[in-house]
Design a protein around this ligand. Structure first.
Ligand SMILES: Cc1cc2nc3c(=O)[nH]c(=O)nc-3n(C[C@H](O)[C@H](O)[C@H](O)COP(=O)(O)O)c2cc1C
Length: 326
């Protein structure tokens, strides 16, 4: 028997959880639709960033993360959903269809991770100079493996400096792309009243030239004199085993499971995706991350830090459709 009914209130609550997922510049490129007991997740192409994300990679990563949130929401209630990714080859923007599966208690991990969805944040501030233990690193890698992806830790200052060079090169290449700066500026928000985009409160200080890992410039204020980024950051590269749309959805779910696991461990994380957005740099990153078969999907800086502010989302009703979007 498969069988739980999906009422409107539960659907809305599940979507509210889904949209806490991260997305490039908080663009929230997703739509949700209920068809009986089935939930559809659609890409919202109107929210794709033409310059930073011409191919829709970031749309699929964000939606993959939102799909994991949906799965965790229902699993935690003992009513798991079975998920079909890209169920219709003729409708590539229909990214997933979730249907009720037989009731089953959540694993202890999933039950805990579901409670972290609302607490996860991107953190762009300096982290403490405290090491992340090998046990914690193993838990993060296990989270990636659980979603069929890999988390490669970059060890040694030499390799970290090499990655930092790639981040800097990619940031410069993006900066010289026509339209890039305007697009970035159009997604930054002076206050926290907007329901999308990156608010100044979460942007972190303006990037300074001497910083090791070049952050995206969301227009934050200059850093105070005492503000120093950690000298030995823990850097990891999330990799998938392919780069087709399906692999990118899987990477998004893996990213989210890693981020939620970090939240559970009281770790904070920054995402740096400039090297993924520049194909030639991404190829160099792939070689550096040591993968012959694995494809970089995100660079992460991980550590301990002061909690970052929560960013806003559009209300669930604004991302729910009654009819198929296309
Ligand atoms: C595909 C993708 C790429 C991202 N790239 C960056 C990045 O390069 N720099 C950054 O600071 N944040 C990056 N982020 C984080 C988003 O800006 C962040 O998720 C969004 O602003 C919402 O904030 P929250 O994560 O705190 O909920 C990225 C997120 C995703 C999903």
């Amino acid at each position: 028997m498969t069988g739980h009914r999906l009422d409107d209130a539960t659907f809305t609550a599940a979507v509210t959880s889904a949209i806490r997922a991260p997305s490039l510049h908080n663009s929230q490129p997703w739509r949700f639709r209920r068809e009986g007991d089935t939930i559809e997740v659609w890409a919202d192409r109107t929210r794709q960033l033409p310059t930073a994300d011409p191919d829709g990679w970031a749309v699929r990563l964000a939606c993959g993360a939102a799909i994991l949130n949906l799965r965790l929401y229902f699993s935690a209630q003992g009513r798991p959903m079975s998920t079909a990714l890209l169920p219709d080859p003729d409708t590539p923007d229909l990214l997933a269809r979730l249907r009720p599966a037989p009731p089953e208690s959540a694993t202890p991990e999933d039950a805990v991770l579901a409670t972290k969805i609302d607490l996860r944040r991107s953190n762009r501030a300096p982290f403490a100079d405290a090491p992340v233990s090998l046990t914690e690193q193993s838990a993060l890698a296990a989270a990636a493996h659980a979603e069929s992806a890999d988390l490669v830790f970059v060890t040694g200052m030499r390799a970290i400096t090499d990655i930092a060079d790639l981040v800097r090169a990619a940031d410069a290449a993006l900066g010289s792309k026509p339209g890039y700066t305007g697009e970035l500026t159009s997604w930054t928000r002076p206050d926290s009243a907007s329901s999308d985009g990156v608010p100044l409160a979460a942007a972190g200080p303006a990037p300074a030239p001497h910083e090791l890992l070049t952050r995206r410039d969301f227009g934050g204020p200059d850093a105070p004199e005492h503000h120093r980024y950690e000298g030995h950051p823990l850097v990891a590269v999330l990799c998938s085993f392919g780069d087709a749309p399906r692999d990118q959805l899987i990477a998004g779910a893996a990213l989210q499971r890693v981020l939620l696991t970090a939240t559970q461990l009281s770790l904070v994380v920054s995402m740096l995706s400039q090297p993924i957005e520049v194909p030639s740099v991404r190829e160099q990153l792939r070689v550096l991350a040591g993968g012959r078969v694995s494809i970089p999907q995100m660079v992460l800086r991980i550590g301990f830090g002061v909690p970052a502010p929560k960013t806003a989302r559009r209300p669930a009703q604004a991302v729910i459709d009654d009819h198929a979007p296309h």
